[in-house]
Design a protein around this ligand. Structure first.
Ligand code: HEM
Length: 494
C-alpha cells in the first residue's frame, strides 16, 4: 500500500511540475509573440464590450482585412473568409488540410473514430458506405416517409395542443431539436425515442449530448490544450462534467446498437443496420452512431430555428412562400408535400438557403496544416497550425454578397423563377469539395417539409424577433435561451 501511495505521489508531483513548467513556457511565448491587438482583445475578452458573439467579432475583423484572412496567434489559428482560400483547403490541396491530430484530440473523447473525427482510410471507408446509402433512391423515400410520419403524428398534434392553451407560447428551438432528434434516430438507427411527445421531458441522451457538445467546444477555444488536458488528467472542473456526460452518451449509444441487434438488421433501411453488415466492432459502431446523431440533429434544428426568426422579421417572405405552395400543391392546407412538390418549391428552397447564409448551423470549420503552405491570398500557414474557414463571416461579407449582404433576401438565389445554386466555396454552409456534407439533400427535404407544414397551417410569431441573437457555445449554432414563439391557427378568412 505504502509503495503504491509513494508511486502515486511521485506521479502526481511529476505531472503537476511538468504542467506548470509547460504553462510557464507557453505564457512566456505568448508574451513574446502576442502583444498584437487581436490577441490582446481575445485574451482579455475586451471584444465583448462591442460584440455579442465571438463570431460577430471575427466577422468584423475579417471584413476589415484586405485579404479576408486574419491570424489569431494565441490560438495558432489562421481564420479565413476568402472563397479562394476555402476552395484551396477543401478541394485543390485537400490532402494538406486534414482534420488532424489536434482536432481528433479535442473531439476524440466523444466522437472516437466516427466520420467527423477521422482522416485517411477510416474516413474513406465510412464516407463510401454512408454515401452509397444516403445517395440511394430507396433511402431518400425512406427519409421522406420518416419525416412525414413525424410531422403528422407528432409535430402537428404538438402545435395543435399548444394552440388550445390560454397562452399559446412555446420554445420553437426546443421543438425543432426534439423533432430532428426523433427523425435522425428513426432514419439512422430505425429506432424511435419519441422525444416530441408533449408530456416528455428532454431525454437523458439529449441533455448529455448537449452538455458534451458545449464542453468540447469550450476545449477548442482555450488558449492552450495543456489546460484542458491537465484538467482531464485529474478529472477536475469542466473535464469531470464532460467525462460523465460522455459516459452517458456512450452508454445510450451502446443500447441503440444492442436494441438494433435484437430487432434484427437484415430487412432494414436504416444506416446502422447497413453498417452492422460490414462492421463487427461495437466500439466502432458506437462512434458511428454518435457522429450521425451530431450530424443530423442539431444542424437541422439550428437551421429551422433561425429560419423562423427571419420569417418573423420578414412577413412578406411568408406570403410568397404561401403563394408558391398554393400554386404548386393547391390551396388545401392539410396536404403535405411529396417529392415532386418539394422539387418545384424554388422560392422556399431559396429562402432556406438565404437563411443559412446569415445563420449557418455550423458557423466555422477547422483543419490542420500538414506541411508549410501559402494560401491563394498570400497568407503563409505553418505546418501544424489550425486553418479555419468561417461560414458565418462569409455569409455577411459585402465583398461576397454585395452592399445588402446583411439583408434577408431570398430573391438573390432566384434566376428566371428558378432556384440558382451558388458556389460552395463562397457558401460553405454544407462544406463542399471532397468532404461535402452527405446529408444535404435529406436535410433540405426535412426542413422544407417542416417549414411548409407550419407556414401553411399556423401563424408562427417569434416573441421579440429583433433582439440580437446570442449563441451558446457548442459544435453547432444554438440560440441561448431558446426562441419563445406564439403560435395560432391560421385565420381561415385569409
Ligand atoms: C442543415 C443541415 C446540415 C448542415 C448545415 C450540415 C453541414 C455539414 C458540414 C459543414 C459538414 C462538414 C463538417 C466537418 O467536416 O467538420 C457536414 C458533414 C457531414 N454531414 Fe452534414 N449538415 C446538415 C445535415 C446533415 C444530416 C441530416 C446528415 C445525415 C443524415 C448529415 C451528414 C453529414 C455527414 C455524414 C458528414 C461528414 C462528411 C465527411 O466528413 O465526409 N448532415 N455537414
Amino acid at each position: 500500500m505504502e509503495l503504491q501511495a509513494s508511486i502515486s505521489f511521485i506521479y502526481f508531483t511529476f505531472t503537476a511540475v511538468f504542467f506548470l513548467f509547460s504553462l510557464s513556457i507557453y505564457i512566456l511565448r505568448l508574451n513574446r509573440v502576442c502583444d498584437c491587438d487581436v490577441c490582446t482583445a481575445f485574451l482579455t475578452r475586451s471584444w465583448t464590450s462591442q460584440f455579442v458573439n465571438l463570431s460577430d467579432w471575427f466577422t468584423h475583423l475579417l471584413s476589415k482585412s484586405p485579404t479576408g484572412t486574419i491570424h489569431v496567434h494565441v490560438l495558432n489559428n489562421v481564420i479565413t473568409a476568402n472563397p479562394d482560400n476555402v476552395e484551396y483547403m477543401i478541394k485543390t490541396n485537400f490532402e494538406n488540410y486534414p482534420k488532424g491530430k489536434a482536432f481528433s484530440a479535442i473531439l476524440g473523447d466523444l466522437l472516437g473514430r466516427g466520420i467527423f473525427n477521422v482522416d485517411g482510410k477510416c474516413w474513406r471507408f465510412q464516407r463510401k458506405m454512408a454515401s452509397l446509402e444516403l445517395g440511394s433512391l430507396s433511402i431518400r423515400s425512406h427519409a421522406l416517409n420518416v419525416v412525414v410520419e413525424e410531422i403528422e403524428n407528432r409535430l402537428i398534434p404538438f402545435f395543435t395542443n399548444v394552440i388550445d392553451k390560454k397562452e399559446p407560447v412555446l420554445d420553437l428551438q426546443d421543438v425543432f431539436r426534439r423533432f430532428s432528434f426523433d427523425t435522425i434516430c428513426k432514419f439512422s438507427f430505425g429506432l424511435d425515442p419519441g422525444s416530441l411527445k408533449p408530456t416528455l421531458p428532454v431525454s437523458e441522451l439529449e441533455s448529455a449530448f448537449d452538455l458534451s457538445s458545449k464542453l468540447l467546444a469550450e476545449r477548442g477555444v482555450t488558449p492552450s490544450p495543456l489546460i484542458w488536458k491537465f484538467k482531464r488528467l485529474f478529472t477536475i472542473g469542466s473535464e469531470k462534467k464532460l467525462k460523465s456526460s460522455i459516459r452517458v452518451v456512450k452508454k445510450l449509444a451502446d443500447q441503440v446498437i444492442k436494441k438494433r441487434r435484437e430487432l434484427g438488421t437484415s430487412s432494414n433501411n436504416d444506416l446502422l443496420s447497413r453498417f452492422m453488415g460490414s462492421i463487427s466492432d461495437d466500439d466502432y459502431l458506437r462512434d458511428i452512431v454518435i457522429s450521425f446523431l451530431l450530424a443530423g440533429r442539431d444542424t437541422v434544428a439550428s437551421a429551422l430555428t433561425s429560419f423562423f426568426l427571419l420569417l418573423s422579421q420578414n412577413p412578406k417572405v411568408i406570403e410568397k412562400i404561401r403563394e408558391e405552395s398554393d400554386r404548386v400543391m393547391g390551396p388545401n392546407r392539410e396536404t403535405l408535400p411529396g417529392f415532386g412538390d418539394l422539387q418545384q418549391l424554388h422560392y422556399l428552397q431559396a429562402a432556406l438557403h438565404e437563411s443559412m447564409r446569415l445563420y449557418p448551423p455550423v458557423q466555422f470549420d477547422s483543419k490542420f496544416t500538414k506541411q508549410d503552405d501559402v494560401l491563394p491570398d498570400g497568407t503563409f500557414v505553418r505546418r501544424g497550425s489550425r486553418v479555419t474557414y468561417h461560414a458565418y463571416a462569409m455569409g455577411r461579407m459585402e465583398r461576397i454578397w454585395g452592399p445588402d449582404s446583411l439583408k434577408f433576401k431570398p430573391e438573390r438565389w432566384m434566376q428566371n423563377g428558378e432556384f440558382k445554386q451558388e458556389s460552395a466555396y463562397k457558401y460553405p454552409v454544407y462544406q463542399g469539395g471532397v468532404r461535402v456534407c452527405l446529408g444535404k439533400e435529406m436535410s433540405l427535404v426535412e426542413m422544407k417539409s417542416v417549414a411548409l407544414c407550419l407556414i401553411r397551417r399556423f401563424d408562427v410569431h417569434v416573441v421579440n424577433p429583433t433582439r440580437a441573437l446570442r449563441f451558446a457555445p457548442g459544435l453547432t449554432a444554438t440560440v441561448s435561451g431558446g426562441l419563445p414563439t406564439v403560435v395560432r391557427r391560421r385565420d381561415l378568412q385569409e
